[in-house]
Design a binder for this molecule. Structure first.
Ligand code: ZN
Length: 133
C-alpha cells in the first residue's frame, strides 16, 4: 500500500540560508518552490534519487512550522509516504484505531493530496500520507 518514501520534511528558520547548504554544498537542485497559504509555509522541493527533501519555512510567526521550531528547534519535522488511494487508506487506518490529524485529505505543495497521522499513533513521528497524480 505504501509505495515509497515520497519526501522528508525539514523545518528551517530561513529557507535561503538552508539552500546555501542543500544546493550550494550538497549539490541538490530545487525543482519547485511554493507558498502553501493554508499551512502558512514556503516550501522548496529538492529531489534526491527516488525521494525528495522538502524544506519548510514558516511565513507566519503563528504558523505550524514556526510553532514546531519554537518547541523543537529546526530539523526533521515529518516523513511522507506515497500512497495510491489516500481516501481508502485513511478510512482503513481510522477503522483500525489509528489517530488521524486529517480525516479528509487536504491540498499539499505541488498539487498533492495529503493527510497527516497523529504522532501519538506513529511512535512519535509526524507521518504524512501523500497521493500524487
Ligand atoms: Zn510534506
Amino acid at each position: 500500500m505504501i509505495k515509497k518514501v515520497d519526501h522528508i520534511g525539514i523545518a528551517v528558520k530561513d529557507l535561503n540560508q538552508a539552500l546555501k547548504l542543500y544546493e550550494g554544498l550538497l549539490g541538490l537542485k530545487v525543482t519547485e518552490t511554493e507558498v502553501v497559504e493554508e499551512q502558512k509555509v514556503r516550501v522548496a522541493f529538492l529531489p534526491t534519487g527516488d525521494s525528495e527533501v522538502e524544506l519548510l519555512e514558516s511565513t507566519d510567526p503563528d504558523g505550524p512550522i514556526a510553532r514546531y521550531i519554537e518547541k523543537n528547534g529546526e530539523g526533521i519535522q515529518h516523513i511522507a509516504f506515497r500512497v495510491d488511494n489516500l481516501d481508502e487508506k485513511l478510512a482503513e487506518l481510522k477503522a483500525k484505531g489509528v489517530r488521524l490529524i486529517d480525516e479528509k485529505p487536504r491540498r499539499g505543495a505541488g498539487g498533492a493530496r495529503i493527510a497527516f497521522l497523529h504522532p501519538k499513533s506513529t511512535f512519535g513521528t509526524l507521518v504524512e500520507l501523500c497521493e500524487r497524480k
